[in-house]
Design a protein around this ligand. Structure first.
Ligand code: PLP
Length: 396
């Protein structure tokens, strides 16, 4: 039995998405900008997908710009707004210290040029305090970017409250909703945001395609220059198969998010309770209630997370240590560090992120397998520290 518990890294492509994309790849090769019938057939596919993505977040189709994924959407939002406001005095950008690298590194790049960047702190459960935003925002702030749900711990931010503060100061509010789309209801009016990033592969669609929702009337400078595609907001021939896949994934998400979220949350809670009960020295990282339905992040005292990940993988169980983009390095997670955790606790944490295909039997198996693996790793660590002490006593 192979068990996939890394849905925040990427999701399996839904069979209906594969079918829609295969059809477009095989049959609908037209360029959506061409005036002939082949082009018009492709344009209909792109427009239908635009309506599906808009429908998922309660937006208008003309406000959706297709991109190559969450990273590009974040870049377009932040760089596009910053550049558009360059002629004004608004040169200040604010984000949280737990954003994805797509936001953090974009701010770092802009801070080397004409902009000033401020990162907001979070509390011990990963939530931004609105007072912290009040304390740093000024009438020179151009943009505030706060992610909806965090990819490592799943914590959900109070976006509407934060957006109201930004708007009071005349700033634009962007959210990276890559991890909340498909896991909870997301509505741009309720959230009161001006720009929203999403990515297809986090909600059972294909990799390499996403969208940025831009509130009608927002001024934004395009970052990809070239042709006039996407109403002059993102140049380049549209990725019609990918966009068809995203549209199908959006339709699916609209139909099943609420019912699936409850089922997945129940499995996540069983997994979490089972681990806390059966494995000593475990702690939940993040907010136990204010979080997306599929995620639990747990620290295992005296266990190197990378070793546990490999041991689980050998048992056919796929999990992650924090964000996929930073694994492969032994840097403790910037998210857990920002929450004030010691580097020890941050380095001992494993993220379990569930999805639509997970079953109760799979969760039972993980709870069965995990205690032994943790015991073995702790014993090995203890034995090697005894050996090290012994060899230093021996002068070795
Ligand atoms: N934002 C968040 C919160 C993410 O989790 C990710 C992916 O891990 C991204 C942005 C980047 O999205 P993409 O992989 O589509 O570029």
């Amino acid at each position: 039995m192979r068990i996939y518990l890394d849905h925040n890294a990427t999701t399996p492509t839904d069979p209906s998405v594969v079918a829609a994309m295969t059809n477009v790849l095989g049959e609908q090769f037209g360029n959506a900008s061409s005036l002939h019938s082949f082009g018009q057939a492709a344009k209909i596919i792109v427009d239908d997908a635009r309506a599906d993505v808009a429908g998922l977040i309660g937006a208008g189709p003309q406000e959706i710009v297709f991109t190559s994924g969450g990273t590009e959407s974040d870049n377009l939002a932040i760089r596009g707004i910053a550049e558009a406001l360059l002629p004004t005095k608004r040169r200040h950008l604010i984000a949280t210290s737990i954003e994805h690298e797509a936001v953090l590194h974009t701010l770092t790049a802009l801070a080397k040029r004409d902009w000033i960047a401020t990162l907001l702190p979070v509390d011990g459960s990963g939530v931004v305090d609105p007072q912290a935003l009040e304390a740093v925002i000024t009438d020179d702030t151009a943009l505030v970017s706060v992610m909806h749900a965090n990819n490592e711990i799943g914590t959900i931010q109070p976006l509407a409250v934060l957006a109201a503060i930004a708007h009071r100061h005349g700033a634009i509010f962007h959210t990276d909703a890559v991890q909340s789309i498909g896991k909870m209801k997301v509505n741009v009016t309720d959230l009161d945001v001006d720009l929203l990033s999403l990515s297809a592969h986090k909600c059972y669609g294909p990799k390499g395609v996403g969208a940025l929702w831009i509130r009608r009337g927002s001024r934004l400078v395009q970052t990809m220059t070239g042709g006039k595609q996407e109403r002059n907001r993102r140049a380049g021939t549209e990725n019609v198969p990918g966009i068809a896949g995203l549209g199908t994934a959006a339709r699916l998400a609209l139909q099943r998010t609420e019912t699936e979220a409850d089922r997945i949350a129940a499995l996540r809670d069983i997994l979490e309770a089972g681990i806390l009960r059966r494995v000593s020295g475990t702690l939940i990282n993040g907010d136990p209630t204010r979080r997306i339905s599929n995620t639990t992040n747990i620290s295992f005292d005296r266990v190197e997370a990378e070793s546990l990940l490999i041991a689980l993988d050998l048992e056919g169980i796929a999990v992650s240590t924090g964000s996929a983009c930073s694994s492969g390095t032994l840097q403790p997670s910037h998210v857990l560090r920002a929450m004030g955790y010691s580097s020890h606790r941050a380095q001992n944490s494993i993220r379990f992120s569930l999805g639509t295909r997970n079953t109760a039997a799979e969760i039972d198996r993980v709870i069965d397998v995990l205690p032994n693996l943790v015991d073995k790793l702790r014993n090995t660590a203890r034995a090697s520290s005894v050996l090290t002490q012994q060899s230093s006593l021996d002068g070795g």
